[in-house]
Design a binder for this molecule. Structure first.
Ligand code: UT7
Length: 333
């Protein structure tokens, strides 16, 4: 049997500052009731000014390294997934690499927003199975709170998104016990770029940054929430079904589904569509909000630490987001 990739350590970090729905009520026309009913979110975390995505990523990485019981010097490659790197360029991976003191190993950035973690896992899986690398650090992190429109115009997004980071260590499974990543399936439909995007700054413009663009609030992300909601509810179960079929499995085989925490109503619809009991669905959006690429690894780490995943369990991951992109992964834990 060919080598499989196993996750040998997980960790997550969220900044200490809790921002409740009541805090947001002071900034825009919204209410705790509206936010809870429409998204299931009660609170989320925001960084203090000066803290960047790489700071959160570094903390999560340290925890995953400790959890895997390895020395950081054993890591031979880094993959970082984010839509909010510290800088336009270079990417997040190289900054995490330097913070960890792991010069000169390679560091790759994956830019697939809410699907970033699953896309990145699929990349890591190829490197491990081909024997290219032996210990990959995959970190997904976001600081979104510093660039949201906290006026009524941006309230649909401002209440959903939060900051945080999750990380995993991936290694080859040296035992012939069937554990590891069984499949990854990646999808995209680039016709819907404008449904969820940060349009500016864009190198298409000269100059790239103008006061006029700032006045028009072009530097904030925008979303067609209804369309994203509709497609997310359809595409995530679809991606899970494709994965189950690929593995000759049924929904009954799933011990735990970890959907991207986009909106709790979406997670409930995904479960309903798959006829999967809600007890088998990981949901932490009430406390964490939507942390884009970081949401699945944060939820995965919490699920493990809560004892919800046991050795041999089938864990399914799925995500949908900006692009559009959607994806799934199936892991025998
Ligand atoms: O991470 C992956 C990508 N993101 C997602 O998956 C998010 C997908 N979309 C959603 O979660 C939902 O569309 C939202 C939570 C963003 C919005 O919920 P909705 O049930 O689709 O509300 P809506 O867009 O239909 O808006 C209903 C009303 C509107 O007012 P009018 O036009 O009916 O007067 C909105 O302006 O609710 C208003 N609204 C708000 N009201 C209070 C929008 N945001 C807020 C808010 N507080 N924060």
């Amino acid at each position: 049997m060919s080598v499989r990739t196993v996750i040998t350590g997980t960790g997550h970090y969220v900044p200490p500052r809790v921002v409740t729905n009541f805090d947001l009520e002071k900034l825009m026309t919204t209410s705790d009731e509206w936010i809870r009913q429409r998204s299931g979110i009660i609170e989320r975390r925001h960084v203090e000014p000066g803290t960047g995505t790489s700071d959160l990523a570094y903390e999560a990485a340290l925890k995953a390294i400790e959890d895997a019981s390895i020395d950081k010097s054993e890591i031979d490659f880094i993959i970082a997934a984010t839509l909010s790197p510290d800088y336009y360029f270079p990417g997040l991976g190289v900054i995490v690499q330097a913070k960890l003191g792991l010069i000169p190993i390679g560091a790759l950035d994956v830019r697939n927003q809410c699907c970033g973690f699953i896309y990145a896992i699929s990349v890591a899986d190829q490197y491990i199975r081909t024997g290219t690398y032996k210990k990959i650090l995959l970190v997904a992190a976001e600081v979104q709170s510093t660039n949201l429109d906290y006026s009524d115009e941006g309230r649909d997004m401002a209440v959903l998104f939060g900051d945080g980071a999750g990380a995993v260590i991936l290694e080859p499974n040296e035992n012939d016990d069937g554990r590891g990543i069984l499949s990854t399936h990646l999808f995209a439909d680039g016709r819907y770029v404008e449904d969820l995007w940060l349009e500016k700054p864009s190198p298409k413009d000269k100059p790239v940054v103008t006061e006029e663009l700032a006045r028009a609030k072009k530097f904030f992300p925008r979303m067609d929430g209804k369309n994203v909601f509709k497609n997310a509810s359809m595409r995530m179960p679809e991606a899970v079904r494709v994965a189950l079929e690929h593995n000759g499995m049924t929904v009954e085989d799933i011990s735990l589904l970890i959907p991207h925490q986009a909106n709790d109503r979406i997670s409930q619809m995904v479960a309903h569509s798959l006829r999967l009991p809600l007890e088998k669905v990981m949901r932490n959006i009430d406390r964490i909000g939507n942390t884009t690429a970081a949401s699945i690894p944060i939820a995965l780490d919490e699920a493990i630490k809560q004892g919800r995943i046991k050795r041999g369990d089938i864990v399914a991951l799925t995500a949908f987001g900006s692009g559009y992109t959607w994806a799934s992964a199936v892991i025998r834990w």
